[in-house]
Design a protein around this ligand. Sequence first.
Ligand SMILES: [Zn+2]
Length: 211
Amino acid sequence: MICGTRADGDFADPAAAVAHGASRSLADVPWTWLRQVHGSRVVVVEAPGASRGQEADAAVTCCAGAALAVLTADCAPVGLSSPEGVAGVLHAGWRGLVAGVVGATVATMRSLGATQVFAGLGPCIGPHAYRFSDGDLAAVVSAFGPQVRSVDAAGYPALDLPAAVAVAVERAGASLVAQAGICTHCSDDHWSWRARRDEARQATVVWRPAR
Ligand SMILES: [Zn+2]
């Protein structure tokens, strides 16, 4: 799993970015990228580069040589792997989390033979910069519990997105074994909608090396 930065370029239009070779420093293979809609649909990728451009927020594969990408600014990118060689990636904003994208992704990996599933959380926005309306925050608290409720730097209600991801991963029976610990809002190296209204996106790629 590699988490890109602003230095890798803008992946908001992944087809153009990949065509221009921006991905070459990360993985010299065809990527499967998705049209992300903050839902819970998972695509199963059956060949390197297959299913690209589909409307979904997660992809899984057991295919050697496949590279799975999600594009984020402040939302959470999560990479997943298993000892059986099933890999996955997902894009999780609060709507996708509430829709169940983490559980759906882990379940799809299990359907392909995964037993233990390990997860890594890439750079995403921290609670101190993620002010939320009471209504939206209540929906996430209702789904994941009071530990996702936080306050921002000015004391307003805020969502602890990494905490929500952690709860979702645990509920799915997976293990969160790595966290980037990077806040996209504070980092000069990452795109952030909340910080600068960036419309650019960084890519997070999970791939299985070709044998
Ligand atoms: Zn921050």
